[in-house]
Design a protein around this ligand. Structure first.
Ligand SMILES: [Fe+2]
Ligand SMILES: [Fe+2]
Length: 237
């Protein structure tokens, strides 16, 4: 990610920094609050297998934006659930996990998917108790985590948002990146396989819209026309 410091003076010789809006005034800016920072810190030791830590952060960001568009869902449930949903992969051997999620899986490693859900619910209960989350919320969060991949019928709107935030990630640049070496795919193949596996299983229109926007950027990034701009040094990177 580019984060190059620049002169505060623009190309016209004028200062524009006074026009930059405050963080909280911009719709869609995200920073983790106190509760979620604590849950994240307690979750990280269980997220260090493969790219689950970064996957969780991106899914958290997606969940935050879905909550903006679907305010009738409960952020007290959705956000802790998304932060903790994949902690159970820490109990599954890496080879077994890859077998379980491979595009050509034959079902013989489904037990690993069930295990990561069950163990994730167990780990989440410990973490949420330590974080002082109310017992009723803990029960709902753990119920959502236990089945977040395998339960095809969502229990509630909260459950739908967790499932959708998890799946929209597949279409994100990070989701495309991690599938490439994992499954031996080039970038376009990875985008196609991930998007195909994600779009039709999304529950909310908001998540479908988000997925289409991510695909728009990625498809144009991979287009022959953009490749040509890149080869000719016309891209500002
Ligand atoms: Fe999962
Ligand atoms: Fe996930």
């Amino acid at each position: 990610m580019k984060n190059v410091s620049r002169s505060p003076i623009n190309l016209l010789g004028r200062q524009v920094s006074q026009l930059i809006p405050a963080f909280d005034d911009v719709p869609g800016m995200i920073a983790m609050g106190e509760r979620d920072t604590l849950i994240w810190q307690l979750a990280t030791p269980y997220l260090q297998t493969r790219d689950n830590d970064a996957h969780t952060l991106y899914s958290y960001g997606i969940a935050r934006q879905l909550l903006r568009r679907l305010p009738e869902a409960d952020e007290h449930i959705v956000l802790p659930a998304i932060l903790l949903h994949d902690t159970g992969w820490s109990t599954v051997d890496e080879y077994d996990a890859f077998q379980a999620i491979a595009p050509d899986r034959d079902g013989s490693y489904d037990w690993a998917v069930f295990q990561h859900e069950k163990e994730g619910a167990r780990i989440a209960r410990e973490i949420l108790t330590e974080a002082g989350i109310p017992a009723a919320d803990i029960d709902e969060i753990c119920e959502i985590i236990d089945g977040h991949d395998t339960r095809l019928t969502p229990l509630s709107l909260n459950d739908k948002l967790v499932k959708d935030a998890d799946k929209v990630w597949r279409v994100s640049p990070h989701g495309t990146d991690v599938a490439m070496p994992r499954f031996g795919l080039n970038r376009q193949e990875s985008l196609r396989i991930n998007s195909y596996r994600a779009y039709d299983v999304l529950f909310t229109d908001e998540a479908k819209n988000m997925s289409l926007a991510l695909m728009a950027v990625e498809c144009m990034d991979l287009s022959p026309q953009m490749m040509e701009l890149r080869e000719n040094g016309r891209l500002n990177d």
